[in-house]
Design a protein around this ligand. Structure first.
Ligand SMILES: Cc1cc2nc3c(=O)[nH]c(=O)nc-3n(C[C@H](O)[C@H](O)[C@H](O)COP(=O)(O)OP(=O)(O)OC[C@H]3O[C@@H](n4cnc5c(N)ncnc54)[C@H](O)[C@@H]3O)c2cc1C
Length: 457
């Protein structure tokens, strides 16, 4: 007879999976923990724009799992999960290895989807992973480089036009980023920045409609107009075909075509295929086919399996698929795994959404704090950066990133001797705002931690 395995396997090292692992290590979980991710680096997705546009480097936005988990006791396996057998309690990997588990954490996130739009999967650029950000950056650099050498006006226009499909948070953040950075990059090559066109195609009547950032729409609409080049927002426009050199859309029953070599797709996500394949009946799934979990984050039919973040749905409660939900659920899953290992009862998870933030281009953002008030412009940018830098996993990583960012913000952006007087004042203001935002964020996190403890008593 086989002896029982006492090991916890976490599949997916995003916000849910990594934070589960880090909390287990912190709580001195008595069983061995294996974290499996197909990538060797964690991706801090809310900062993917900063990685894409070069504002932040890879060590901050996409740090190595090996660095983050150093001395934690968590075993990291870089491999792709091929199948999950809930009946045999076994996970199979692309390398051919497989792992038995006594507890499993499903933390695979979601995937980009292209519902019924011809050519979208083949020709549009997704923006979901580190690899997507790198591919898009290289493509745009190639377009700019080719444009500078192109006499053909029509071709140059296609090279310098970018269409973003989807007016949710990702699409809005993307157009704002492009409208500030593309003209700058093209200008450095000697091109005429005024030739850059950035277009947002949105199916609905309003941007951010039905999004958790809905409240920030008025600020977003205002700040989008302040970018380096104008952003054209086309509403009630349904993308129907994506070709390598054009995107076709329907508006007021007419078919229109936008010639472009760059269509960026931010218009949808779907449930991870491995999660769809699980032997879970449809009545135990939500309308996106995500498995329902109990308030303690366990699958209804397999209580030894926990699931959180974008790949699970809480029974009787609707939470948005965002990072702050995912990492809080990770912490709760860790607490409940430890409770089970010690023979105690798991406790309902508690998730607080304290507000939302949007990046709206270079040094610009919108922040909704506690659903009480909104902040726009540079102060919101500082709050956003401070908050995310405080959240970067592990204290050492966080400290390094924060100090480097403050140093860059204060000393490197403000060294023009001609404006020294004004710049010094501005730098001091920025330093104060930056420090305040980091302190506020720390306070918020402490409150979150304290309330989490209260909730689990
Ligand atoms: C561009 C962008 C900007 C965003 N901005 C914000 C924001 O400002 N605020 C906010 O709150 N949220 C934001 N989000 C959403 C947020 O990032 C997600 O909700 C969050 O990452 C979900 O966490 P997760 O753990 O469920 O999944 P993820 O963080 O996506 O992690 C899933 C992990 O599973 C791994 N994986 C997938 N398949 C396999 C496999 N077969 N084998 C092994 N490993 C696998 C992946 O490599 C990944 O590491 C943003 C998302 C994107 C894409």
């Amino acid at each position: 007879m086989n002896s029982p395995v006492y090991q916890t396997v976490i599949v997916g090292g995003g916000f849910t999976g990594l934070f589960t692992a880090l909390h287990l290590a912190h709580e001195h979980y008595p069983r061995s923990v294996i974290l499996i991710d197909k990538n060797k680096r964690f991706c801090f997705k809310p900062l993917l724009y900063e990685y894409f546009d070069g504002e932040m480097d890879s060590s901050k936005v996409v740090p190595h799992f090996s660095e983050l988990l150093k001395s934690s006791g968590v075993i990291f396996v870089q491999d792709t999960v091929r199948s999950i057998d809930l009946h045999q309690s076994e996970v199979e990997l692309a390398s051919g290895y497989s792992y038995k588990y006594s507890n499993l954490v499903l933390a695979l996130g979601s995937v980009t989807s292209y519902p019924h739009v011809e050519g979208a999967k083949e020709n549009a650029f997704p923006f979901w992973t580190e690899a997507d950000a790198t591919t898009l950056y290289r493509h745009l650099r190639d377009c700019l480089q080719t444009a500078i050498q192109t006499e053909d006006v029509e071709k140059r226009s296609k090279l310098l036009t970018v269409v973003v499909v989807g007016g949710g948070a990702s699409g809005v953040e993307m157009v704002a980023t492009l409208a500030d950075f593309l003209p700058h990059w093209y200008g450095v090559l000697g091109g005429n920045a005024a030739e850059i066109r950035v277009i947002l195609l949105n199916h609905g009547q309003k941007i951010l409609d039905g999004d958790i950032n809905d409240r920030l729409r008025p600020i977003a609409e205002t700040e989008l107009q302040k970018r380096t080049v104008e952003i054209s927002i086309i509403l009630k426009a349904e993308a129907t075909v994506v070709q390598p050199d054009a995107v076709e859309y329907k508006s007021h029953n007419k078919v229109k075509i936008l010639p472009t070599y760059t269509t960026i797709w931010t218009a949808g996500t779907s449930t991870h295929p491995l999660i769809q394949d699980l032997p879970i009946p449809s009545e135990h799934r939500d309308h996106h086919s995500r498995p329902l979990v109990t308030p303690t984050m366990q699958l209804l039919d397999f209580p030894e399996v926990f699931a959180g973040g974008d790949c699970a749905a809480l029974q009787n409660t609707s939470l948005p698929p965002i990072a702050q939900v995912a990492y809080q659920q990770g912490a709760n899953i860790a607490r409940n795994l430890k409770a089970l290992a010690l023979g105690k009862d798991p406790q309902p998870a508690k998730v607080d959404i304290r507000g939302t933030m949007l990046k709206l281009g270079l040094n610009d953002a919108a922040a909704n704090l506690f659903n009480i008030f909104e902040v726009a412009g540079e102060p919101a940018h500082l709050i956003r950066q401070g908050t995310y830098l405080t959240l970067l996993p592990t204290p050492i990583h966080n400290f390094k990133a924060t100090t480097e960012w403050l140093d860059e913000e204060i000393f490197h952006h403000h060294t023009n001797p001609r404006d020294m007087g004004q710049e010094v004042i501005h730098a001091v203001e920025l330093l104060a705002a930056g420090v305040v935002s980091v302190l506020v964020a720390r306070k918020l996190l402490k409150m979150l931690g304290d309330e989490g403890k209260k909730g689990n008593r």
